[in-house]
Design a protein around this ligand. Structure first.
Ligand code: WT7
Length: 631
């Protein structure tokens, strides 16, 4: 049998030890209860957090699909992530343990993190940031990225974190769309022993962004960078000023007021700024992390994503802090200086929960078992996976070699839009390699055909969610119509995820991949349209089509087909130049695997490029329905 094809009958049961430790031992009972009373379930979860004013209504659905969770309530996520811990013993507990790529270590107690967040919140205020203002954060994985996010949220500003692996074009678009006044960045970051030039990218992006008044720069690499007088300030200078006082009031927010905007690729060239609010997001993230990773005070929890993605927002920054947990963060690459870096960190810091992506597992698997086997990984008790479907081969390696057959793998399916885990096991749920198992407590998913009819078990269809959940994105920034059109109009009243999936006879869900023009490359979500528009901006390119093709480590890789403008000739040098052009504009993660120069592109009679046909041809598969094709 092909080890890479999921077998829906293969089941891994939790051990007695896992069951004994689990917070919820009877999954079915709680699922049944939450299903029967969705609002009651979420009200009870919300009661575990502190609110300045309680809600009048758990869920106001009078303006669907703009659901309002905890309507009438007042809160601030920072009150629950930081303020309330100051009143308990957790004040002295480690909130964040951070390790740099060079091996430097920094730790923050809840007290110390709160102090720095207050200080930076006062700095932001002094820079004129007010409630509702947007602050763009473009940083390496250093503690200050967390501090900047929390400080913005504390004063009611809206953070807009842009992943530090993106380049000028992507950053500029996101600064511009969000109309940020302030950008927080660093002189650079360390990755694979080299410096990532973040400040230079910010300079280029800000040149074209009139809204930006101030750039605050964290010193990380201490190499020479240009500082523009009157615009650029060093973080460490500002934090020393008397105005950076160690106390700062937390802004009182309405439950559904925005906490952050996070841009994600969609089907058009323009990324969508998804808005998440305080009350619902806080409750959803708190509850899912509590049940799924079953976090306890003794845990050292490591989510190895980047804070620049939703995974980092929900489950590096907010989730663990809401639970009063200790979160671990590592700056650099998993293979620097050697492929045992992660396993060394697990051993050295006693990591008990490790949450990462299939692409990272596949990448590390290539180096063989001897690297992890050199380390004591016995502190691990739970593992997690996110970002794309995990192939059974990688799942089994992770389970056997890293978890030593003791640690259940939480394969969590969710999205930037959902804010929290949606299809996920908890530690006691029997696992099937490659399946995220079943919807979270109170949730419901369906697999529909084009017309909205449920397909039979075992058949592929469109994945939809049929019940509201508290951490759902509230809207698309300044484009509510697009929010409705994109997610809620295909099947009225139901949320269309944009994924294809199957359900098996046991009710387990198997996500297959995206159904739209989004490519998952190493778990990163990239829009074909964004890449195409960068390609056609190159003087040699008249038209471009971008598709994803299977890749052993990355899951999918970017393949570009370009039609040249008159006067330009195909050559290997030009192909290379186009790859560099895309990587330079959008970031190294967006570097195409292959650029092919073509004389024609398959199009429909109305002129739309048929990427599906390109994909089939590249893989030597049947082209499907080509009745509308015109080349
Ligand atoms: C897309 C969302 C939210 C986590 C980071 C990605 C794919 C995510 C899984 C999983 C299969 C998965 C889907 C989804 N995806 N997790 N466990 N199994 N597919 O967030 O960048 O918004 O991407 O990632 O295709 O739609 P995102």
């Amino acid at each position: 049998m092909n080890e890479n094809r999921p077998n829906t009958d293969e089941v891994y049961y939790p051990s007695q030890e896992v069951i004994a430790q689990a917070r919820v031992k009877d999954w079915d009972a709680l699922a049944k209860k939450a299903h029967a009373d969705l609002q009651g379930f979420w009200a009870a979860e919300a009661e575990e957090l502190e609110w300045y004013r309680k809600w009048n209504k758990v869920l106001d659905d009078s303006q669907k699909p703009f659901y309002k969770w905890f309507a009438g309530a007042q809160c601030n996520i920072i009150h629950n992530a930081l303020d309330r811990h100051q009143k308990t013993w957790r004040r002295n507990k480690l909130s964040l343990v951070w390790v740099g790529e060079k091996g430097d270590v920094r730790t923050y107690s809840y007290y110390a993190l709160n102090r720095d967040v207050c200080k930076f919140a006062n700095v932001l205020k002094a820079m004129g940031v007010r409630k509702g203002d947007r602050v763009t954060i473009y940083m390496p994985r250093v503690p200050e990225i967390v501090i900047a996010m929390l400080a913005a949220a504390k004063i009611g500003a809206i953070h807009n974190v842009v992943y530090g692996g993106f380049s000028v074009e992507a950053l500029q678009q996101r600064i511009e769309d969000s109309e940020s006044k302030v950008v927080v960045t660093a002189d650079g970051g360390f990755m694979n022993g080299k410096i990532v030039e973040l400040k230079k990218t910010v300079d280029d992006a800000v040149k074209r962004s009139p809204s930006v008044e101030t750039v605050i720069v964290v010193q990380r690499t201490a190499h020479e960078v240009r500082m523009e007088p009157g615009r650029d300030y060093w973080y460490h200078d500002l934090m020393k000023l008397p105005l950076a006082q160690a106390t700062c009031a937390t802004e009182v927010m309405d439950s559904h007021e925005p906490l952050f905007v996070l841009y994600t690729s969609g089907t058009t060239g323009k990324p969508k700024g998804l808005i998440h609010g305080h009350g619902g997001y806080m409750t959803g993230v708190y509850s899912t992390l509590k049940y799924v990773f079953d976090i306890k005070d003794e845990d050292r929890y490591w989510c190895a994503a980047d804070p620049g993605w939703i995974t980092g927002h929900s489950y590096i920054v907010y989730g663990p802090l809401l639970l009063g947990a200790t979160t671990f963060m590592y700056e650099g690459s998993p293979t620097y200086p050697y492929p045992n870096r992660w396993w060394n960190l697990v051993e050295k810091y006693g990591i008990s929960i490790l949450y990462t992506a299939p692409t990272a597992i596949r990448g590390l698997m290539r180096f063989g078992e001897s690297w992890p086997n050199r380390h004591d990984l016995s502190t691990l008790r739970l593992l997690g996976s996110v970002g794309e479907p995990i192939n059974p081969e990688a799942w089994k390696w992770y389970y056997r070699v890293i978890g030593k057959g003791r640690c259940p793998i939480m394969d969590t399916w969710w999205q930037t839009e959902t804010g929290m885990f949606m299809i996920t096991p908890t530690p006691v749920v029997p696992l099937k390699p490659g399946s995220g198992t079943r919807p979270f407590f109170g949730q419901q998913a369906e697999i529909l055909d084009e017309q909205g009819k449920p397909v039979a078990d075992g058949e592929e269809g469109f994945l939809v969610l049929t019940r509201p959940w508290p951490a759902m994105a509230m809207t698309i920034y300044r484009d509510p119509e697009r929010y409705v059109k994109q997610y809620w109009s295909q099947y009225p009243g139901k949320y269309m995820a944009g994924d294809s999936a199957k359900r098996d006879k046991d009710g387990y869900f198997w996500v297959i991949g995206r159904t739209d023009d989004v490519i998952k490359v190493s778990g990163y979500r990239l829009g074909t349209a964004e890449i195409e528009s960068v390609l056609v901006a190159h003087p040699a390119v008249a038209e471009a089509a971008v598709i994803g093709l299977p890749h052993e480590v990355k899951g999918n890789a970017i393949h570009c087909y370009c039609l040249l403008r008159g006067g330009h000739k195909p050559s290997p040098e030009l192909e290379q130049e186009l790859k560099d052009h895309v990587a330079k504009q959008l970031g190294p993660i967006v570097r195409p695997e292959k650029v092919t120069i073509v004389d024609s592109l398959p199009k429909t009679r109305s002129g739309k490029i048929m990427r599906r046909v390109l994909k089939a041809r590249a893989q030597g598969l049947p082209e499907g329905d080509v009745s509308t094709l015109e080349e």
